[in-house]
Design a protein around this ligand. Structure first.
Ligand code: G3I
Length: 339
């Protein structure tokens, strides 16, 4: 008689989870439908997997996720239409292998967005239209991706405009990470405000929330949410996980840790505190937060198993590898029930 997350949080916001088509065929499927009311394809709708060659789409994986969502009555978040990762090389090159120009790339992006957002029209309720276009460098605003270099900054406006034309009812999000850094926070704020001021259709900001046992602190998260709430758009937590490895901003200072002992009692306690604190604050900002999505279902599999150290096992989620709720799960439940 484990309580269902989605029921406990029903009056606050929908609870979501990132999925692969494979996970939906395992015993994880029952856990997903019990606890979550929304899902995001972890990779299946990205440009590389779904559009491997020019004019050639691979729909099978994304379709199977969309079918599962429809069958089980879950909401579906689309992720993502334009990104600098998992983008096929052909997108930026012509038949001779030369880099394409602005006009060609804009046309390709437009075709991609109309094909993908068009296919899932009425099935996807919200799209991460642009992902991670902001630079992490202190002195740089936008990331120097091929999109920026070839098209210029207006590729972002165009992506939102086309997504809206392809699916006028979908809520359109800008999505990014490192959102708790005060420097990046202001750049994200500027981007979303700029889109709004120019009348570009944008309805929300996605905060990825790839956090760790040592950050964010309560004050840092509170001020982040408070600042973004001023944008006047919906906020969604889109990729939540809390690594048991403390975030070490200088990679050279990162201690080598044995993944088998990393999830110690002390780390578990820290992780519980961060999960509890974050959900307490999500509740506080429930007037603007319209969704919270975990980036995977259980510690059986997480992208953090390969990042930032390849093959170093992490334990960032609420369910363990045997799909049992961890202690942090009860903290998340407890904070929903607190008055
Ligand atoms: O599909 C191939 C498979 O055919 C091949 O055999 C295998 C060998 O390595 O690779 C498979 O692709 C991997 C893919 O995940 C599917 O498992 C890629 O190498 C791997 O790079 C890819 O990682 C994904 C990552 O985005 C790519 O940057 C992670 O699963 C996914 O969780 C992660 O998600 C991102 C969000 O989209 C955006 N925000 C950050 C977040 C975490 O990095």
């Amino acid at each position: 008689n484990v309580p269902a997350l989605k029921k406990v949080y029903a009056e606050y916001f929908p609870m979501g989870v990132a999925v692969s088509p494979r996970a939906l065929k395992t015993d994880e499927a029952a856990l997903i439908t019990k606890h979550f009311s929304s899902m995001t394809p972890e990779n299946a709708m990205k440009m590389g997997p779904i559009h491997p060659k020019e004019h050639e789409y691979f729909w099978k994986d994304a379709d199977s996720i969309a079918a599962f969502a429809a069958r089980t009555g879950m909401k579906l978040r689309g992720h993502t239409l334009v990104w600098h990762h998992q983008t096929p090389d052909w997108m930026f090159t012509d038949s001779k292998g030369d880099t394409v120009g602005r006009t060609v790339l804009l046309q390709r992006l437009k075709e991609h967005i109309f094909a993908v957002a068009g296919r899932y029209k009425g099935k996807v309720y919200a799209w991460d239209v642009a992902n991670e276009v902001i630079s992490d460098r202190r002195d740089e605003y936008l990331r120097r991706s091929p999109w920026l270099r070839i098209i210029g900054p207006d590729f972002i406006d165009s992506a939102f405009t086309w997504a809206h034309q392809a699916d006028p009812a979908a809520q359109l999000f800008y999505n990014d990470y490192n959102e708790i850094s005060p420097v990046k926070r202001e750049k994200i704020f500027r981007l979303v405000k700029g889109l709004k001021d120019r009348g570009i259709p944008i309805h929300g900001l996605g905060l990825q929330a790839h956090w760790a046992v040592n950050e964010p602190g309560r004050g840092q998260l509170d001020s982040t949410l408070q600042r973004f709430a001023q944008l006047g758009v919906n906020l969604q937590i889109t990729e939540l996980d809390i690594s048991v490895y403390p975030k070490e901003h200088d990679a050279r200072a990162r201690p080598a840790e044995d993944s088998n002992t990393a999830f110690s009692a002390a780390r578990e306690q820290q992780q519980r505190e961060v999960y509890g604190m974050t959900f307490e604050l999500f509740r506080k900002y429930r007037h603007v937060i319209t969704g919270v999505t975990f980036w995977n279902i259980s510690d059986r599999h997480s992208w953090l198993d390969d990042f930032p150290v390849q093959g170093r096992k992490d334990y960032p989620l609420l369910f363990d590898a045997q799909l049992q709720p961890k202690k942090a799960f009860s903290d998340v439940i407890r904070f929903a029930q607190a008055t």
